[in-house]
Design a protein around this ligand. Structure first.
Ligand SMILES: NC(=O)c1ccc[n+]([C@@H]2O[C@H](COP(=O)([O-])OP(=O)(O)OC[C@H]3O[C@@H](n4cnc5c(N)ncnc54)[C@H](OP(=O)(O)O)[C@@H]3O)[C@@H](O)[C@H]2O)c1
Length: 303
């Protein structure tokens, strides 16, 4: 059989079999948990890892600290996965850099040694957000804050250790009415209910991704040989404020309490990821926009 474009480490095991052994690093997290659910429902043999978090019900997720290279290698040798999906990350110092760069590199190196396909999860914040033009995968990363710099350096560490790895850049991930609630949804609802005082940026543009869509698209991506970055985001560009309004309106909360404000300096303002490559490579993947998920009535963008 022939593989689509890709790197050297793309075992036939996954492509030839409808059931693969998938190691989800960070299975106790928001994206990892949904990925485990979707992959298990699709008939795959799923092994998850956690660190401090709670495993999903029925999941006996193994404890793994990705900053421990020997532990990563040992787990990889014990599990012998066909596919590894690394969702583990930390947002803030002091853990962000060791996990997002060093840990990502350890997972990538161990996956390469094990001959496993790797899907690494990155973020739109690898870009600086100075223009509303859609960013393709070949745009040069230009992060403007520390977290973004760790994600960009993590991408480089992964590509160096595992040149065949697919690197998924996604945006604000959320569940919508039929999915698990994300922290973005909890925050918007708390603000709408007056339980949290915060403003939502009316000029910060993102392409939120529904979590089940993202999980299914990552599984489909694993079955290709694509190497390098790919943008898996919802097709629709929305402001942070419009996103919060959609969430609150859908929950029947008072959206007039959601304060809009301009994005302050030092934050990426426009992170519009071009999803053309994903649509071409994964034609059956569903990557809905916010108005598809919440319905047009629950959504009106800021001008
Ligand atoms: N959520 C979003 O809106 C969003 C947007 C853009 C990109 N992303 C990317 O998507 C990925 C997943 O995000 P998420 O929202 O699912 O994150 P999350 O809910 O915070 O989950 C993070 C996961 O990483 C694990 N982890 C943290 N430190 C670890 C370590 N030292 N060793 C091993 N595992 C460790 C956590 O384990 P424990 O909980 O067990 O400690 C948890 O399972 C990340 O790469 C993130 O950059 C997310």
């Amino acid at each position: 059989m022939s593989y689509p474009e890709g790197g050297a480490v793309n075992p036939a095991r996954f492509y030839d079999s409808p059931m693969a052994r998938i190691l989800v690093v960070g299975a106790s997290g928001y994206v990892g948990r949904e990925l485990c659910r979707v992959a298990t429902a699709a008939g795959h043999d799923v092994v998850g890892t956690r660190l401090r978090g709670t495993p999903a019900p029925g999941d006996d997720a193994r404890v793994l600290d990705v900053t421990d290279a020997a532990a990563v290698r040992a787990l990889m040798a014990a599990v012998r996965p066909d596919v590894v999906v690394n969702t583990a990350y930390m947002q803030d110092p002091p853990h962000a850099r060791p996990v997002n760069v060093g840990g990502a590199g350890h997972v990538a190196a161990a996956a390469a040694t094990a001959g496993a396909r790797l899907v690494h999860v990155s973020s739109d914040v690898v870009f600086g957000g100075t223009s509303a033009d859609p960013l393709r995968e070949d745009a040069v990363p230009s992060p403007v804050h520390d977290y973004g710099r760790t994600k960009a350096d993590g991408e480089r560490a992964v590509a160096a250790a595992h040149p065949g790895a697919a690197i998924v850049r996604t945006s604000l991930v959320y569940g919508g009415p039929d999915g698990p609630a994300s922290r973005h949804e909890r925050v918007a609802l708390e603000a709408a209910r007056g339980e949290r005082d915060m403003a939502f940026f009316s000029d910060e543009l993102r392409c939120p991704a529904q979590v089940t869509d993202l999980a299914a698209a990552m599984l489909a991506l694993a079955a290709t040989g694509h190497a390098g970055p790919i943008h898996l985001v919802g097709w629709e560009v929305v402001s942070r404020h419009a996103f919060a309004v959609a969430i609150a309106q859908n929950a029947g909360a008072d959206v007039t309490t959601l304060r809009a404000a301009p994005c302050p300096p030092g934050r990426p303002a426009a992170l519009v990821l071009d999803g053309t490559l994903a649509r071409r490579l994964l034609p059956s993947a569903r990557l809905r926009g916010v108005s598809d998920v919440f319905g047009p009535a629950g959504y009106e963008n800021d001008e």
